[in-house]
Design a protein around this ligand. Structure first.
Ligand code: TEU
Length: 577
């Protein structure tokens, strides 16, 4: 059989008219919505672009970059919290849900930014942090002042006369989730840092306050809500003793109590339905049943959820196998094949950089491996979430010393490791690899001073590799990670099969290549991703039906009959006929 090379991707094969019709046919299993068809870009506002020289990103910086954001082909933006806050957890400790932290600008700036997004057809998703507030919130100040204060029941308390409360694990505080509060001789609950007291969702007044906050922002025009740490909002308030070791299965014990569904349904009718917005939950419970119950459209709760299985498998430098990676995505896809909808993500502000965890940051492989991961992200069923900087392949930063860390989670983990007498060198290695700070460095716009982030010293050290990784250089290189992302976003937008089509895993056992098809009616695409730094081949009968090459992160593709050989981290998307 003749061996031949395809030169240059055949991008021109796309026909948007045909695809509009195709989209209209969709919906045997899924009702079409903009948030299913969207591509989301996550902006960590303090690290994006600083226009006033204070070292923190701001709304005006985002406004300045609106055209860039639009140019990515994304259609939704989720921005991390920018509300009034003491910033113990970089804004996930909110002291006023209706006010903007001056570091980001003011309400007028927000409105201008929102309008800028809307003018470009980009929807805006607000981060709603209501599992807990900041201790500096007026509600907590009131609640703390006396046991009879009307706001007391906005939080969870354990009166000290009952003794010490049963142990509860805290995600950020090595000393546990109950904090003694002397003025009223009681303990209050905090699932995260002690400055983040948990709100009491069992109290209907508190729930109403939350809905009012959401309405306030919906009335301003936001299009969606990301419900932070939401699976923990409803808990067993009899505060039972949990079995030893329970904290390893944290969500199962502390989250997803049955009444959560009642509250979500209430929220749906109070806010989601009235304002025609959508909500995505951070966390999908501990079983598929939990996840389904959250997002089953017939239940009128949430519209989308994201699970942690992928990020959980990549928190340490030991590599999971490609088979495990495929298995996670395949199981989650199958669980939602008929009903419900999930988000697809590989990175966010709580994780190290995508290329370090799933690709290969070695300069030799960084470009193809990031392109390959972005191809994956944009060719799965589910709404793709991409994190700022991943469209140019930003990498982890080297921070071997604890003194350089500012993140409350990192500091808490360090304290816990010390208290347990762990090997600190080994601990620091893992922290350096996995810490959330890796993903929060200033956006690398160009190779000038401060990477074009702003004139002041950035709040967080710039990654030294900015001279090799930055937007302005990738803009002019047609083969850059950035331009590949744009092509891939375009292909997704023009091919409804990538949004709604069935997913079928092929050759699950192939050690290096992730191969799958997406099928919708008579449209069929084949996705082939080489996850290794070696040239690797795969033989598939599907390849015989080759129609067109929609995406290729190299300039050629080696094919011999139904066998394709992929170069290191090569990613191709083939249209089959
Ligand atoms: O994260 C919730 C959560 O479960 C985190 O503990 C996450 O697993 C961890 O950060 C991974 O390292 C949300 C926000 O995304 C996070 O930024 C906040 O710190 C946290 O809630 C508290 O609001």
């Amino acid at each position: 059989m003749k061996k031949w090379l395809w030169i240059c991707p055949l991008m021109a094969m796309l026909s948007s008219c045909a695809n509009v019709e195709k989209k209209q046919e969709v919906a045997s299993a899924f009702e079409r919505t903009w948030w299913k068809e969207g591509i989301l870009y996550q902006i960590y506002p303090q690290s994006f672009r600083d226009t006033d020289g204070d070292g923190f990103g701001d709304f005006k910086g985002v406004i300045e970059k609106l055209d860039y954001i639009e140019s990515l082909g994304i259609t939704m933006v989720w921005m991390n919290p920018f509300f009034q806050s003491p910033l113990v957890d970089n804004g996930y400790d909110v002291s006023d849900y209706r006010a903007i932290h001056p570091r980001y600008g003011n309400m007028e700036d927000f409105e201008e930014m929102l309008e800028g997004f809307h003018q470009r057809g980009i929807k805006f998703v607000l981060d709603v942090v209501v599992n807990h507030s900041s201790e500096a919130h007026e509600w907590f100040q009131q609640a703390q002042s006396s046991r009879t204060n009307p706001y007391r029941d906005y939080y969870h308390w354990w009166p000290a006369e009952k003794g010490v409360p049963p142990y509860r694990h805290s995600l950020f505080d090595p000393e546990g989730a109950w904090e003694y509060d002397a003025p009223t001789d009681a303990y209050y609950l905090h699932t995260f840092a002690e400055e983040q007291p948990d709100l009491n969702w069992e109290n209907p007044k508190l729930r109403q306050e939350v809905y009012d906050i959401m309405k306030f922002w919906a009335a301003k025009g936001v299009d969606g809500f990301r419900m932070d740490a939401f699976q923990f909002a409803s808990k067993d308030t009899t505060w039972p003793e949990f079995p030893e070791g329970h904290e390893k299965d944290f969500v199962k014990w502390y989250g997803m109590r049955p009444q959560l569904h009642t509250y979500l349904n209430e929220m749906y009718h109070e806010v989601i339905e009235k304002y025609n917005v959508f909500a995505v939950a951070e966390g999908a419970g501990s079983t598929f049943q939990d996840a389904h119950d959250l997002v089953d459209a017939d239940r009128n709760e949430l519209q989308m959820a994201y699970h942690f299985e992928t990020v959980d498998m990549s928190r340490t430098p030991e590599r999971y196998t490609l088979a495990e990676f495929k298995d996670v995505f395949t199981r989650w896809d199958q669980a939602f094949a008929e009903k419900g909808w999930i988000a697809i993500f590989l990175s966010n502000h709580d994780n190290a950089r995508l290329v370090n965890r799933f690709g290969n940051p070695n300069p030799k492989f960084r470009t193809p491996s990031t392109q390959m991961l972005n191809t994956f992200l944009l060719s799965m069923r589910g709404t793709p979430y991409t994190y700022y900087g991943d469209e140019i392949g930003m990498t982890n930063i080297d921070m071997p010393n604890i003194e350089d860390y500012v993140d409350v989670e990192a500091k808490g983990k360090y304290k816990a490791a010390l208290a347990k007498g762990e090997d600190i060198d080994a601990f620091m290695k893992v922290l350096n690899y996995s810490s959330r700070e890796n993903g929060r460095t200033p956006m690398q716009w160009n190779n000038s001073t401060n990477v074009g982030f702003g004139s002041g010293t950035p709040w967080k050290r710039v990654n030294e590799n900015y001279t090799q990784i930055n937007v302005s250089e990738q803009e002019v290189d047609p083969n850059s990670i950035l331009n590949h992302f744009r092509k891939m976003a375009q292909v997704r937008k023009e091919n409804a099969v990538l949004v709604y089509g069935d997913y079928t895993l092929l050759q699950a056992e192939h050690p290096d290549i992730y191969a799958f098809t997406r099928t919708l009616g008579d449209e069929k695409l084949l996705v082939l991703l080489n996850f290794s730094e070696e040239k690797t081949a795969i033989t598939l009968s599907e390849i015989d039906h080759f129609g067109a090459l929609l995406i290729n992160n190299y300039n050629s593709l080696e094919r011999e009959a139904n066998k394709v050989s992929l170069l290191p981290y090569q990613a191709v998307l083939l249209k089959l006929q």
